[in-house]
Design a protein around this ligand. Structure first.
Ligand code: IDP
Ligand code: MG
Length: 138
């Protein structure tokens, strides 16, 4: 496999619960490298772009509403197979299916408040990193 970069978001619920440090520490301890970090409140247009793949789904409007409701921490992390490693460490989308030891499996119970986002493919990572880090990574 190869070295990759991926986007992580600590969503508004994760920020409100004070889990940003815990989440970043898990990725750092795993050996991933922090290449960028931004604390921001996502605008509606940016949220619609970020979640464009879900447009038309019943939960889309609520998702856009939620991700723009409070600040998020956007992290660019890189390392060997970073995209799949981050996804595995996040756990399944529905926290009720997430294994203990994963971020969602340890900290969440609700599908709509599942603490973190992570890019799901190389194409998504490229697109999402460009959206959140338009000036590039360090
Ligand atoms: P992912 O975050 O694990 O990649 P996606 O399928 O890309 O999952 O969905 C994006 C986000 O939308 C999820 O993290 C979750 O918060 C929310 N979501 C997904 N499916 C549903 C649903 O059926 N009802 C409510 N929210 C959902
Ligand atoms: Mg997704």
């Amino acid at each position: 496999m190869a070295r990759e970069a991926t986007l992580v978001l600590v969503k508004p619920d994760g920020m409100q619960r004070g889990l940003a440090g815990e989440i970043l520490a898990r990725f750092e301890r795993r050996g991933l490298e922090l290449r960028g970090a931004r604390l921001l409140r996502i605008s509606k247009p940016m949220a619609r772009k970020h979640y464009a793949e879900h447009k038309g789904k019943p939960f889309y409007d609520g998702l856009v509403q939620f991700i723009t409701s409070d600040p998020v921490l956007a992290l660019a992390v890189s390392g060997e197979s970073a995209i799949s490693v981050v996804r595995e460490m996040m756990g399944a989308t529905d926290p009720l299916d997430s294994a203990p030891g994963t971020i969602r499996g340890d900290f969440a119970l609700e599908l709509s408040e599942n603490i973190v986002h992570g890019s799901d493919s190389k194409a998504s990572a490229r697109r999402e990193l460009a959206l959140f880090f338009p000036d590039g990574l360090v």
